[in-house]
Design a protein around this ligand. Sequence first.
Ligand code: TTP
Ligand code: MG
Ligand code: MG
Length: 348
Amino acid sequence: MTVIFVDMDYFFVACEELRNPALKGKPVAVGTAPVNKKERGVIESGNYAARALGVHAAMSIIDALKLAPDLVYLQDDDAYYEHISEKVMQLLRSYGFKTEVSSIDEAALDLNGMDYTEALEVGKGIKNRINDELGLPCTVGISTGKVFAKMACDAAKPNGLLLLEQKQLKQFLSDKSVTKLPGVGHKTEERLNKKNISTIAELAKADPMVIIDLLGSMGKELYGLANGIDNSKVVESYEQLSIGRERTIRANTTDVAKIDAELGEIAKSVAKLASEKNLWFKTITLKVRYYDFTDRLKSTTLSHYTGSEEELHSAALTMLKSVIKDKPVRKIGIRISTLIDAKRQKRL
Ligand code: TTP
Ligand code: MG
Ligand code: MG
């Protein structure tokens, strides 16, 4: 496999610099609170001048201003960033590769086994087009799978491009912490530490049975990754022929009941749209956007076509319950696909 991973650099702030070039060169951060009520919020992104002063995402705005009194603070403008994000994704999709959008500012493209010389040209082309046509900085990682391409991208930031071939992976991975692997949070790190494993190289040398015993199927995946095997697949984000709606939840939350209140409204409007178009559906996709603007998609395909709002809502709620963990949710959406003309279906 050959995968290109693109992540925009200091995305929210870069968007602000795009519409107000006078900000360039100054330390700038975007956060959740209105400018006149700064004490209430957290930082979502800082440009590299701000980061040099210690400002980073998830830090309170108060702390950021203590570190950097000259910081230019701006409140976030989701609708504007979504608009720019759509332009970026449209540009990426124009290449015609299978494209998985995994956050407001990142996507993976499956180049279907293209050789690296050619993939490198595609990567450079993408980077240049995002710079020239959209006026935004980004970083591109290329490797044998989605996970390694993302790691290459992270390592090349900012404004970089890095190709990691299979033969370079071992060296690249060896001295890195296991927390650089996807899904390894505090808990998993602790469990591995108890077995004297803290670097990826140590994980690679461990007994795979011990790791699988410790972490289940995730352990199998992590052991593979540590040994340079990336089995992650690039999954096309949404089917082309589909109908969907999304809503922002006012306060980021992990409370299923609160999120479900929005979900019910979305199910209602999606079912209404479908019925207006005389369509029934079979596939239901739930999109969860977390507080940090990363996305999680989950799909289910029913055994039959339906136009029912209740069925739509109930399938979406089941999926919601399975993805809600401790990460607060910011936005939620439902999309239906595998559509059929309802009149025809009723005749069948
Ligand atoms: P990232 O890609 O993680 O960060 P970034 O683009 O700001 O910086 P980098 O150059 O390191 O890629 O996230 C994309 C956007 O998502 C970011 O600009 C703001 C938002 N975000 C949050 O709102 N909260 C968070 O905790 C994080 C990590 C990101
Ligand atoms: Mg980014
Ligand atoms: Mg990102």
